[in-house]
Write a protein that binds this ligand. Structure first.
Ligand SMILES: [Zn+2]
Length: 116
């Protein structure tokens, strides 16, 4: 395996940063960055892209082809238990003497206890 790959960002070589400047005086270029192949990035898009911006540029330029990798024609659903709302009071008392209140909603994924 190569220790580096070239960043796949569509416009990586257009970004005007000093680390991309290469070549000798009079024939300078902005060059695509190298991306180090490392354990930390091996399962992420950072394996092929030097930055979030380069990844976004690539995704935007190729979005229809990316979509065709896994077309979504139906909504996905995750079974959940009935949400539980809890009203909380406290933390701040308003000028009229009432207390600040807020509501939280606990949403838990349903655990399937059926045996097969
Ligand atoms: Zn890049």
């Amino acid at each position: 395996m190569n220790s580096h790959v070239w960043c796949h960002g569509t416009y990586c070589h257009k970004s005007r940063t000093q680390d991309r400047v290469r070549g000798s005086k009079g024939s300078k270029v902005l060059r695509t960055r190298k991306v180090k192949q490392d354990a930390w990035n091996e399962k992420t898009f950072y394996k092929y892209f030097c930055s979030n911006s380069c990844y976004n540029d690539f995704a935007n330029a190729n979005i229809e082809r990316i979509r065709l990798l896994a077309p979504r024609n139906e909504a996905l659903e995750t079974p959940i238990d009935d949400p539980v709302k809890t009203k909380h009071t406290g933390g701040y008392t308003y000028a009229d003497g009432t207390q600040h209140t807020w509501t939280t909603t606990d949403i838990k994924e349903r655990v399937d206890n059926t045996t097969e």
